[in-house]
Design a protein around this ligand. Structure first.
Ligand code: ADP
Length: 511
């Protein structure tokens, strides 16, 4: 199919030509299964959406390709529409047949081109990947289709990428396909592929019987390619075929080479060690800044912290926590899972509650932690606020109104919440793993250095000891002032991360 000289009437009143790649800018195509503001289940969405904008802000030409989850995406609000007067249809080879898809478009302001793969049978659903009863049984089909559709879209829109940047298992087959089924396609001769692993815990593993769906021969079902302990591993395939691999912190890039954190892929990763690197994520300070946040009851800044008190009172009121002047509130926002350290937190909770502390907890996750926390609320009336939901506004209010923020993660590839907390002067108490280790420096009271409290051992005792150090600082206004100042002065902007990605892309293109 040929789609000559398309212009995109995407944003109302806008009229963008697709390829105006000026000067030395690179043509980067991001392929991912979620991105803010269009669809989000976790940190991946924050990273993809914000990194795309930051790269475009750094004068790179950025295109983002996503599935069109109709249930989650408000076409009107986001200006999602056809990319040309005639709907752009692609015919995607799939397991010996072809499945049609429609390409829709939008602009992520100010200048990221976004294309959505619309195939209702795969994506017009309530959730992105799973429901309470588990993963969608056709996830292999869905993301094989999406990965091939992304490549077909580049072809249909005549996009010649310098770098295709694929994220996580859902897009990990893109580098595999570019090196195999699309190797002869001249469009991609100079294209380099980067696979970013946001969380090795999600590998896209499917039964052996799904191998034919990939369109690849059984020759690729070997331990050095897609085979993973008798299953088909999409992430494993991406690790084997991508030109370079990155993770979301330097520490995590080291950790996954070890057996414990490597989760079965440490050997495959070690084999690609020379092209493996870590780049810490950043935070979108347009969304997460106490000076300008419109979702919190009062704004504040390092110069005038009085608004934080208002936020704290409002948070107490919301959760019906007892008014208790000098009791700190410890916030928790995130997935309530073992990865996030919920097992050591649960074991430590009775001991922690002997101290003068209150909790504000927001999250969803494993049922056993829902039950455990719900019963803890009853055990400590007026001291634990709990909402089992996904609630962005409340996430902002907890970040703004808490004094400390707890992340006792078992592993944490990068973590965004600790960086958000820093900006709001809400002091992180974290386990020294992955990005938590890279972004938090343990507070040294004597030297007034450090922006949080950190513990190494994955045990309830170590967690309690870190909370005790935080509470000791809480009792000394001078120490608290110092740690809050250090926290609020920490810079985790996307500008810094985007610069590192640009350097990595350039390095890849030289290879
Ligand atoms: P993850 O491992 O889930 O990606 P991150 O810390 O990297 O964890 O990012 C989580 C992001 O999702 C943060 O922006 C956080 O505020 C948000 N988030 C997680 N759970 C919830 C929730 N229950 N309600 C609102 N926001 C949430």
């Amino acid at each position: 199919m040929i789609y000559p000289t398309l212009t995109l009437p995407l944003q109302r009143g806008g009229n963008h030509t697709i390829f105006s790649i000026g000067g030395n800018s690179m043509n980067i195509v991001m392929v991912a299964s979620e991105a803010v503001p269009f669809a989000k289940t976790g940190g991946l969405a924050d990273v993809v959406g914000t990194l795309s904008r930051a790269l475009a802000g750094a004068k790179e030409s950025v295109t983002l390709i996503l599935p069109y989850y109709r249930k989650r995406m408000d076409a009107k609000k986001f200006g999602i529409g056809p990319v040309s007067r005639k709907p752009l249809e692609i015919s995607v080879p799939f397991a010996g047949a072809r499945i049609k898809g429609t390409v829709l478009g939008a602009t992520l302001k100010p200048n990221v081109k976004v294309y959505f793969i619309d195939q209702p049978a795969f994506f017009d659903r309530d959730e992105l990947y799973q429901t309470v009863s588990g993963d969608y049984p056709d996830n292999a089909e869905r993301f094989i289709f999406f990965s091939r559709a992304a490549i077909e879209t580049m072809d249909a829109l005549d996009i010649k990428p310098d770098v295709v940047h694929a994220h996580d298992w859902q897009a990990a087959m893109v580098p595999v396909y570019l090196k195999t089924l699309y190797r002869q396609n001249k469009r991609f001769t100079k294209t380099r592929t980067l696979l970013t692993i946001h969380n090795l815990g999600y590998q896209g593993l499917f039964p052996k019987e799904d191998m034919p769906l990939t369109g690849l021969s059984w020759d690729y079902f070997t331990f050095d390619k897609l085979e993973f302990w008798g299953k088909v591993g999409f992430l494993k395939g991406g690790i084997a075929f991508a030109d370079a691999i990155s993770t979301v912190s330097k520490r995590y890039a080291e950790e996954i080479l070890g057996e414990e954190q490597g989760l079965g892929l440490s050997t495959a990763l070690s084999y690609r060690k020379n092209v493996l690197s870590g780049i810490l994520n950043g935070i979108d300070y347009d969304e997460w800044s106490p000076e300008t946040d419109t979702l919190v009851p009062a704004n504040f800044s390092p110069k005038d912290m009085s608004g934080k008190e208002t936020c704290k009172s409002a948070l107490r009121k919301y959760f019906k926590l007892k008014a208790n002047g000098d009791s700190p509130i410890i916030g928790i926002v995130g997935r309530l899972t073992v990865q996030k350290g919920l097992d050591i937190f649960a074991a430590a909770l009775p001991e922690i509650m002997k101290r003068k502390v209150q909790f504000a907890i927001l999250g969803t996750g494993e049922q056993k932690y829902h039950d455990l926390l719900t019963s803890a609320c009853g055990d400590y009336p007026g001291r634990i606020g709990l909402k089992l939901a996904f609630d962005n506004q409340l996430a902002h209010q907890i970040e703004a109104g808490s004094d400390f923020f707890l992340m006792p993660s078992h592993y944490e590839p990068c973590g965004l919440n600790q960086m958000i907390s820093l900006k709001y002067g809400t002091i992180p108490i974290v386990r020294a793993t992955g990005g938590l280790d890279d972004s938090i420096d343990d507070f040294n009271a004597k030297k007034s250095l450090g922006n949080g409290f950190k513990f190494a051992e994955y045990t309830p005792e170590a967690l309690i000891a870190a909370i005790d150090r935080a509470l000791a600082a809480w009792k000394d206004p001078k120490q608290m002032k110092a740690v809050i100042r250090n926290a609020m002065n920490s810079d985790f902007s996307w500008k810094r991360s985007a610069k590192e990605y640009v350097e990595l892309y350039k390095k890849m293109m030289k290879r």
